[in-house]
Ligand binder design. Structure first.
Ligand code: CU
Length: 254
């Protein structure tokens, strides 16, 4: 069973895209807000520095000696140009660290998804259901589907982003991601979730994920891992928790 809805286009990269994908988690909303906040400050600094530079060229060049000969040093100016940037950095550090530490916050998770990076596909496992319901096959690998392998009507499918099976996740649920790798370094990344977590062999990385809306989300391995690094995409389908449970228990795969 495959979902094709045009609004899913919001969650994957599109041609000439110059902004972020639509956020699906509070973390990504925080990242976008911080980015917007940062860009305002950045614009003011950019304009101010350009203005300073132009003025310096204009008034302090070797040809306009009248002003530059009289000006050698200024203690006041040095205090100002040290303290103001320090103050700006301090102002930016506060929201930055707040966001950074909120990402590390682990809320008591209801569900754990184990992610294992391989050369060159992703392996997934969800053990909670296995212990409750025995033979549910919730350990699977996701390989990229080559364009030729996509269903007859290719409309709505994304080249180099589709996988043979999609990772099913519930919305409004605290999910724990446990990420590791079997061979070399990989990185499990989904831009709409604001998630980029390194998969290191011999090491387990933990991350909290909370999805706010349903949708089909795409991501790619983001740590160079070999020749097929660009061909191990991630596709996640999020549905509400009621649907999630019924799909899992009825063994419906996406
Ligand atoms: Cu890779």
């Amino acid at each position: 069973m495959k979902f094709i809805i045009s609004s899913f286009y919001l969650n994957c990269p599109v041609e000439f895209q110059y902004s972020f994908n639509e956020p699906a988690s509070p973390i990504m909303e925080g990242i976008i807000n911080f980015h917007n906040h940062l860009m305002v400050v950045l614009s003011f600094i950019g304009v101010f520095v350009a203005w300073l530079l132009i003025n310096c060229i204009k008034y302090y060049s070797e040809f306009s000696i009248s002003k530059s000969t009289q000006f050698t040093h200024s203690k006041e100016l040095e205090i100002i140009w040290t303290s103001i940037p320090a103050l700006i950095l301090l102002l930016l550090a506060t929201p930055s660290f707040t966001l950074l530490y909120s990402m590390d916050e682990i809320v008591d998770p209801e569900l754990t998804l184990k992610i294992l990076g391989h050369q060159w596909y992703w392996g997934y496992e969800m053990s909670e259901y296995n212990t409750c319901y025995g033979d549910l096959n919730l350990q699977y690998n996701c390989y990229m589907m080559v364009f030729e392998g996509l269903p007859e009507n290719k409309k709505g499918y994304f080249r180099l982003l589709e996988t043979n099976r999609r990772v099913l996740l519930p919305t409004d649920t605290h999910i724990r991601l446990l990420v590791s790798a079997a061979d070399v370094l990989h990185s499990w990344t989904v831009p709409s979730f604001g998630v980029k977590v390194d998969a290191c062999p011999g090491r387990l990385n933990q991350l909290n994920l909370y999805l706010k809306r349903t949708g089909l989300f795409f991501g790619q391995c983001s740590e160079i891992c070999g020749v097929n690094h660009g061909f191990m995409p991630i596709s996640v389908l999020s549905v509400n928790s009621f649907q999630f449970n019924s799909y899992i228990l009825n063994r419906i795969e996406f």
